[in-house]
Design a protein around this ligand. Structure first.
Ligand code: ZN
Length: 221
């Protein structure tokens, strides 16, 4: 007789034992990966943000929140997010259950959080670096960024906020580029950059807008 250490299922044959896979086994294996660590860490960040005690990995493994935090860890990895504490705090404040953190609305809240918390200079620096990476690859000048970058790469750069709306929306070349996109691509961008919200930001920050206009003029982007 062979018994699974994870779920205590008894298998009659060795072959059955070798081929046995169960959710507990899967979870234990996931916990050994980088994403698994991230899931566990963000779970405890969430516990602390609610004023609750941190839990052990053993408790997390059988928790009803295991799957939501597994999804959240994948979301963070895909979005290349390194700092999620502020986001977790925001979710607690808005009383949004971790089950919903990876859905559409949570993603746009995450974007808004990123746009508000990361200093503008930092966002501009990230943007120029991302542009340089693309044009260097193609052996072009930064002024040719919008000629070189294709629409899907542009969209994923915006999605990860490696390109900031602070700069994009002030660039005539970006506005022109949008004109030649498909309806679907324009819609995706509209969801990631809520124009009315940015119009207000621009209106409230004329000095920043002046600086950005100057950068755009100098770099011809
Ligand atoms: Zn098992």
């Amino acid at each position: 007789m062979f018994k699974c250490d994870y779920c205590n299922t008894v298998l009659k044959t060795e072959r059955g034992y070798m081929e046995h896979h169960c959710e507990q086994m899967r979870r234990t294996e996931f916990m050994r990966t980088r994403e698994g660590h991230l899931a566990f860490q963000s779970y405890n960040t969430w516990m602390r943000a609610q004023g609750k005690r941190e839990q052990t990995a053993q408790i997390f493994l059988t928790s009803m929140y295991f799957l939501p935090f597994e999804r959240f860890a994948r979301f963070l990895t895909e979005a290349k997010v390194t700092s999620y504490r502020g986001f977790v705090g925001l979710m607690v404040k808005k009383e949004i259950d971790p089950k919903y953190w990876t859905d559409h609305r949570a993603y746009s809240m995450f974007i808004e959080y990123h746009d508000t918390v990361v200093p503008v200079e930092e966002q501009i620096k990230l943007t120029i670096n991302a542009m340089l990476k693309v044009v260097d690859r193609e052996n072009k000048n930064i002024s040719e960024f919008f000629d070189v970058v294709d629409n899907s790469e542009l969209i994923s750069l915006i999605q990860r906020r490696e390109l900031t709306p602070w700069l994009l929306l002030r660039s005539q070349k970006f506005i022109n580029k949008m004109r030649y996109m498909t309806e679907e691509q324009r819609l995706i961008i509209a969801q990631m950059i809520r124009a009315p919200l940015w119009a207000i930001k621009f209106k409230n920050n004329p000095n920043i807008v002046d600086d950005i206009n100057e950068i755009i003029f100098d770099l011809e982007i």
